[in-house]
Every structure is written in C-alpha cells, then in structure tokens.
Design a protein around this ligand. Structure first.
Ligand SMILES: [Zn+2]
Length: 423
C-alpha cells in the first residue's frame, strides 16, 4: 500500500507539469449534458461552437454534451436556465477526474510492469496502453501467433512514429478482408483499447473468424495525437493530429481531412478549431498512409470499420450530405443487426443511421471516403460508449466494451463471409 501511495505522490507531481503549449484549463471545467427542444434553443447553443472555453463533444437531435471552462460556466448555466433548458452536470471538475485517472492508470501500469506478461509485450487491458505499449503488443502477437499475425509498416507519422497495420490471416489467396482502424481522434482512448481487445479475443478463442476472412487492424491512426494525450494530463483532451500548418494552432481533425466532400459541411477552415479540416484534403500524412494501404488492396477489403468515442452510434455514409448512398438498405440492415447483437450482450443501446441524419453533417470523414472513393460497400463508424465520463471512460470498461462490440464484429464477419467468401 505504501508503494502505491508513493507512486501516487510521484505522479501527482508529474501530471501537474504543463508543456509549452497551453490548453484551456481543466481546473473547474465541467461537462454538461444539455437537452434542447426548440430550434431557437439549438441556435442559441450553436452560438458557442468554436468559442474559446466551450468544447462540444457530443451532439444529437435533442441533446448536446459540452465541456465548459471554469471562468465561463456560471454565466453559461444562467443562460441555460433563462432559456428553460435542462442540463445535468456529468463531470463536476474535469481536472480532478483526469488527475485521478492518470494516477490509477500509472499505478496499474506499475503493477503490470513487474509481470512476465508485460515483459512479453502482452497487454492486461486493465489500463489504457500508450503508443509504445501498443507496438510492443503488436510485436508480441506476431511472435506468439507466428503463422497468423504479421505487421505491415505503412509509413511514419508527422512526428516520425511508425504506423503499423496488424494483418491476421490463415493464408490462402483471394479471401475477402475487413479493415479496422481506431484512434484517429487522440482523446478517444477506448477506441484503440477496445479494437486491440477484440483482436485478443479473436486470437485466443475465436479463430473461426480467421478461416475465410483476412483482417487488417490499424489500432492507432493518429499516433502523434495519441501519444500527446498520454504524455501529460494537461493534454488529455487533445483530439487532432500534431501537424503544424503554419498557424499558432497545431493539428488537423483527421476525420474531416478525407477527400470526400471535403469542407462542404460540418468542418472548419480555422486551424484553431477542433474540427479543422486541414489546408487541403489528405494534408495529413497519417491519412495518406492509410489511404495508400487501402487503395493497394482495393477489391479485397469488403468492410471498413472505424472506432471512435463516444455516444453509442453505428454510423454509415454519408456524413457530407443528407442524401443516402445507393446501398443504404444494406447498410441499415447490417447496422441494425450489429446494434441488436451488442444489445443482447450487455443491453447497451446503440442508435444507427447515416452520419448526417443520425448525428450531424460532417464532411471529410474516413467512412465516407471508404465507400465513396475506395469502393468499400460496408463502411461504418462506431461511436463506443462513454458512460458518464465521456472520453474519460474508466479503464475497467475496456474489456466489457470490447466484449460487447466483438458481437458486432462477429455479425459483420458473418455477413462478409456469406456475401463474399468462396464456399
Ligand atoms: Zn471521434
């Protein structure tokens, strides 16, 4: 116990150290969940999008979640009350929760470091792995499952981190493939962790999913941003890449940067915005590598799944327009089956629909590109659960979320097999 306390003390000191870049202070920042009913109420909320001190992290047809800094919170709450809008405080003090989680995270990591499993590279899935640990785990998989798992390095990130795709294949040619990525948004930690946990489940106990389908998994599509959120608690809510586009503000929203209706809606041309689409489509080198990898396997990859958080949505194209793709019935049907499979597992309720219609217009998304440009007919974005704490979902949820989402993976695999595999 004393040892744990010591670690805790050390890490309080470490996490309070702030880097050169300043982010909105999380001290006293609150997460509000606000329900709205009228168009007037919605437009009132919209006035605060991209206003410093406000971070709209989730929006639906009748509800928004917004992080508000301490200096703005009281005035904002007053405004909500004046306009008769109900809200719930989901997180009382974001900084406190972030700090607590960093300590828990570090304590859990220290406990694992001493084990043989950790030395081998195996992940415990009891804390969120950093970029290095993700890579060690990928290497561990290739050593442990030599005949099935291999790594393909697809290039380096802006800051020079290597990007690795895990290939799972039992061999033989002409198999359909499913491509999975996660972590394009840095702060959505549950996404890479759940994706890797599903890989773990597949290799340990569900090898049947490998018989007729090859899998490609890119667990961290934005390694610089991901590592940045791990490097200091002050950076925990970073979303974008870390590229420098020549402004005072760094980073591009990778999921507004794809070449499919780029910048037509739901994206910003302001480098300081969290939805900055970049100076041009595919300005981000990470997205370029992913694009090239997928296009090199055009025709083989039959399903594209990208994991985000949070909100419990299964979304499919289009996000750039309210129109729907030709195969919308097929996408809706498969999304419905996946949502049902997840609900059967742990009663987690997912909503599904096109991104634009179920959520909001957002152009330049990877799922739109996968369908529109890479011709992958089955293209889905998963917004994994956030519980009450959104991006700060406790690590104890990695396995439960991975387990329930794996049910959707099974359904997708079954669909791909029956439609595309030779029998
Ligand atoms: Zn996201």
């Amino acid at each position: 116990m004393r040892v744990l306390f010591l670690f805790a003390t050390i890490f309080v000191a470490a996490v309070l150290a702030v880097g050169q870049e300043t982010h909105p202070s999380m001290q006293g920042m609150q997460s509000l969940s606000i329900s709205y009913e009228t168009p007037e109420q919605l437009s009132l909320l919209k006035n605060y999008v991209d206003v410093p001190g406000f971070d709209f992290v989730k929006s639906t047809n009748d509800l928004v979640d917004v992080l508000v800094t301490a200096d703005k919170i009281e005035e904002f709450k007053q405004l909500l009350e004046e306009h008769r809008m109900n809200y719930t405080v989901m997180i009382e003090n974001v900084q406190q929760l972030v700090t607590e989680q960093y300590i828990e995270q570090e304590v859990e990591r220290r406990l694992q470091v001493a084990t043989q499993d950790y030395a081998s590279g195996r992940l415990s899935f009891t804390y969120y792995p950093n970029y290095k640990e993700v890579n060690e785990y990928l290497t561990y998989l290739t050593q442990t499952y030599k005949n099935i798992a291999s790594l393909i390095t697809i290039g380096n990130s802006y800051e020079g981190r290597s990007m690795k795709v895990l290939k799972l294949s039992t061999g033989g040619g002409n198999k359909p493939a499913i491509f999975i990525d996660a972590g394009i948004h840095a702060r959505e930690w549950i996404a890479p962790a759940a994706a890797l946990y599903m890989v773990d489940l597949m290799l340990q106990s569900h090898r049947d999913l490998l018989t007729k389908v090859d899998w490609y998994v890119l667990p961290v599509l934005n390694p610089d941003g991901y590592e940045y959120t791990h490097s200091s608690s002050a950076n925990r809510l970073w979303r974008k890449t870390r590229s420098n586009t020549g402004s005072n503000c760094r980073g591009v929203d990778g999921n507004r940067n794809y070449d499919m209706g780029w910048m037509v809606a739901g994206a910003s041309n302001n480098p300081c915005s969290d939805t900055y689409a970049g100076p041009k489509a595919f300005s981000e080198v990470e997205n370029q590598h992913m694009r090239d990898f997928i296009l090199a396997r055009k025709g083989q990859i039959k399903a594209y799944l990208t994991f985000h958080s949070y909100g419990q949505y299964i979304l499919y194209p289009w996000g750039w327009t309210n129109k729907v793709p030709d195969n919308e019935p097929e996408l809706r049907n498969l999304a419905s089956q996946c949502a049902q499979a997840i609900a059967r597992s742990r009663r987690t309720q997912y909503t599904y629909g096109t991104s634009a219609n179920a959520l909001y217009l957002a152009a330049g998304g990877s799922d739109d590109w996968a369908l529109g440009k890479a011709d992958i007919k089955l293209s889905f974005t998963y917004e994994l659960p956030g519980g009450r704490s959104g991006f700060l979902l406790p690590a104890s949820e990695i396995k439960p979320v991975g387990t329930e989402t794996f049910e959707a993976l099974k359904v997708t695999h079954q669909y791909v097999t029956s439609k595309y595999a030779s029998h």
